[in-house]
Unconditional design. Sequence first.
Length: 127
Amino acid sequence: MSELWTYRGDIQPHAEGLDGFDVDAADGNIGTIDEATHDVGDSYIVVDTGFWIFGTRRVVPASAITEVDLANRRVTLSLTKDQIKSAPDFDAPPSERPADMIDDRDDRLADIDRGRLTDYYGQFGAW
């Protein structure tokens, strides 16, 4: 299910990255992008939900992005706030993640964590 981890054809990530962009879920604002990847078949954003989910961070696959508004530094997702809130926890920067959540090669999501996230987000089938 690599399409889950790939930007949609009509979505092009900003050349300078999406870090710091505001994030709107399908039903309202949910936070800001803390980090983003652009690797083919392995792209995702980490959303800092701020106070909304008590300062947690959620990994969201790139295919969930339905719009990138460069002028307003904002992305829109196909997922609802509740879908993001219910996603598996991911609450540490790469340097602080447990060993089973990182890939030693480059601090990307480890296969075990990516599998868990694929199972979760794959159920929504909007990719």
